[in-house]
Design a protein around this ligand. Structure first.
Ligand code: 13P
Length: 251
């Protein structure tokens, strides 16, 4: 059985004061023991969040990393090895905001995915289509190509220790959530694509849904057979709401 994972992507939000408040709020939540929970603060706050959540079982991740795993002369970047050093266990790679707004390519996503794994951390690969691509009937082609670029470069074994997140771009921060059926269709296609190379890897890999997940719609989404949890943006900035989403993923 796949253990559900609920991940909170805090994006470029937070001050020292608001982060301290959020840590405090999370510490007060009753969190389900059968769900893995992770939060992804901005790099500035990772060490503080890691320290603040010690003993809660909540894992801390990073939102991005450099394409090279080791430290070096690369102004402004953060290496996966540095993230490992401050307590990160997971790193998001290929978030649509980075692909679309910052021009991150599939080739860079592949290098970041590999860099994360080479430091012993787990990559959380984000894939998803825009509204125009969905309306053109290209959802499965787009998502399939994003996934294929990693599988072809690094092999199916790379997914033994990785997580995939399906995040339709049109559902992110828009209040528009994919219906459970729409999401399930894409999740099943992602798993089938991996199963074509290894049924065992496909069966074990967790595929999260992201895009306007909130406490009110989480249980319905997480009830679908191929949805193994959520990647939560806006709602993860509210400890009570995030706690409720985590509980919705529990049995
Ligand atoms: P929202 O939950 O705010 O739609 O963001 C989703 C997301 O992009 C998480 O990575």
């Amino acid at each position: 059985m796949r253990r559900p994972l609920v991940a909170g992507n805090w994006k470029m939000h937070g001050t020292r004061a608001s982060v301290a408040e959020l840590i405090n709020g999370l510490r007060q939540q009753v969190l389900p023991a059968d769900v893995e929970i992770a939060v992804f603060p901005c790099s500035l706050h990772i060490a503080e969040v890691f320290g603040g959540l010690v003993g809660t079982g909540v894992t801390v991740g990073a939102q991005d990393c450099a394409v090279d795993p080791e430290q070096g002369a690369l102004t402004g970047e953060v290496a996966a090895s540095q993230l490992q050093d401050v307590g990160c266990a997971l790193v998001l790679v290929g978030h649509s905001e980075r692909r679309l707004l910052l021009g991150e390519t599939d080739a860079e996503v592949v290098r970041k995915f590999a860099a994360v794994q080479s430091c012993g951390l787990t990559p959380l690969l984000c894939v998803g289509e825009t509204l125009a691509q969905r309306e053109a009937g290209k959802t499965l082609d787009v998502v399939g190509a994003q996934l294929a670029s990693v599988v072809e470069a690094l092999g199916i074994e790379a997914f033994i220790r990785a997580v995939v997140a399906y995040e339709p771009v049109w559902a992110i921060g828009s209040g528009l959530t994919a219906s459970p059926e729409q999401a399930q269709q894409v999740h099943a296609a992602i798993r089938a694509q991996l199963a074509a190379q290894s049924a065992e890897v496909a069966c074990a890999v967790r595929i999260l849904y992201g895009g306007s997940v909130k406490a009110a719609n989480a249980a319905e989404l997480f009830g679908m057979p191929d949805i193994d949890g959520g990647l939560v943006g806006g709602a993860s900035l509210n400890a009570d709401e995030f706690g409720a989403i985590c509980r919705a993923a529990g049995s």
